[in-house]
Design a protein around this ligand. Structure first.
Ligand code: G6P
Length: 368
């Protein structure tokens, strides 16, 4: 399979800009645009009778699963147990046959994720796999395969696979919500309409934030430590933002749930450690703003990633504010992934690191 960078400097940049197109492709597999509904034939998991869902994955795939947990619990009232695969496989987690298990993996070959899958299979659970490589071992051993259809991902730091995993998990959580009577047909139409608008919104965002992010990245590349904060589905995004930044720029970055700030990381706050806050104007916004105030009161520099309503509502002084359009709750995690990916990318470019092949990391980890 021949893949080239096209007009881009790195595969990672190309893969970031490809997202509107590949997400649209992925969505067309799960969503019927004529009726604005999730395709009934995607199921493969009997969500209606499920008592719980176990999710296991590694790295960025684990973080998409963490967003999925919020969705399955909120939209389908389906309890989710999730862990990184290297822990999950040895936890001897008590499972029962009225639960299903979902494994998320771009490559479909990650050793720990595969071992978790085999553990759940031995326990008699039905197994779903959210994978990019459909011929992979994880796909072969699963009962139901949910392809993310992102196309080959070459950059070691995962970008388009992450947002395509999210698009698939969003679709599955809507399907689960419908099957469990927690989402009405009308709500489903509304959510699917939002999903279908996402590729267009993402293109617009990619164009509008390029310059401000590049400018901000020049500043960010001067720091040695960065803290990322978020609440709700923005919490896994904070973890992903920190992961992406450390992976390719080698700047020490940590992601925290905004509410945990006062339980530790606040001790580190001074003008040498910027705090990147991911806060769309959602039901958590006010709470996150009060965490920002705690940072500001201690002389911390704030980089605020928000939407138009959020920008209008906050009066805090920031080092930079990145403003995205106001979008529906279900698509916010995908749209807010774009600035955190681009921020990591451009910062790494300023640092002069090997963006596509960061030191010590592998695209696919097939040994324990
Ligand atoms: C490695 C890669 C990450 C990836 C993780 C899980 O650490 O560098 O980008 O998220 O493995 O890989 P998988 O193929 O299972 O998604």
């Amino acid at each position: 399979y021949m893949v080239d960078k096209g007009n881009h400097r790195h595969f990672m940049e190309k893969e970031i800009y490809e997202q509107p197109e590949v997400i649209s492709h992925a969505l067309s597999h799960y969503v019927d645009l004529a009726s604005y509904s999730i395709r009934p034939d995607i199921a493969g998991i009997d969500f209606e009778h499920l008592k719980g869902l176990a999710i296991s994955a590694c790295g960025t795939a684990y973080l998409s699963g963490l967003v999925g947990k919020y969705w399955f619990e909120r939209y389908a009232r389906l309890p989710v147990e999730i862990d990184v695969a290297s822990e999950f496989r040895y936890r001897e987690l008590p499972l029962s046959k009225d639960q299903a298990a979902l494994f998320i993996s771009q490559s479909g070959e990650t050793a720990d994720t595969l071992a978790s899958l085999r553990y759940c299979k031995d326990e008699g659970l039905s197994i779903g796999a959210v994978v990019n490589v459909s011929e992979s071992t994880i796909a072969r051993e699963a009962d139901a395969v949910f392809p993310i259809l992102a196309g080959p991902e070459i950059g070691v730091a995962s970008t388009k696979a992450f947002t395509c995993q999210l698009a698939v998990l969003a679709s599955l959580s809507i399907a689960a919500g419908r099957a469990r009577g927690r989402i009405t047909a009308e709500e489903e139409r509304e959510m699917v309409r939002h999903l279908s608008e996402m590729p267009r919104i993402m293109s617009r965002v990619l164009n509008s934030i390029h310059d401000p992010i590049e400018q901000l990245s020049r500043e960010l590349s001067k720091f040695r430590h960065v803290l990322y904060l978020g609440r709700g589905t923005s919490y896994p995004l904070a973890l992903e933002g920190a992961l992406k930044l450390k992976e390719i720029s080698y700047i020490h970055a940590e992601g925290y749930a905004a509410g945990e700030l006062k339980h530790g990381p606040i001790a580190l706050i001074d003008e040498t450690m910027p705090v990147i806050v991911i806060a769309p104007h959602d039901r958590f916004f006010e709470k996150t703003v009060s965490n920002m105030q705690e940072v500001a009161a201690r002389g911390g520099k704030i980089i605020f990633i928000t939407d138009e309503k959020g920008a209008a509502a906050s009066k805090l002084e920031t080092m930079a504010t990145i403003v995205l359009p106001d979008v529906a709750e279900i698509i916010a995690p995908m749209v807010f992934s774009l600035p955190i990916q681009l921020l990591a990318y451009h910062t790494a470019v300023f640092m002069g690191t090997d963006v596509d092949q960061p030191r010590n990391l592998a695209k696919s980890v097939t040994v324990e």
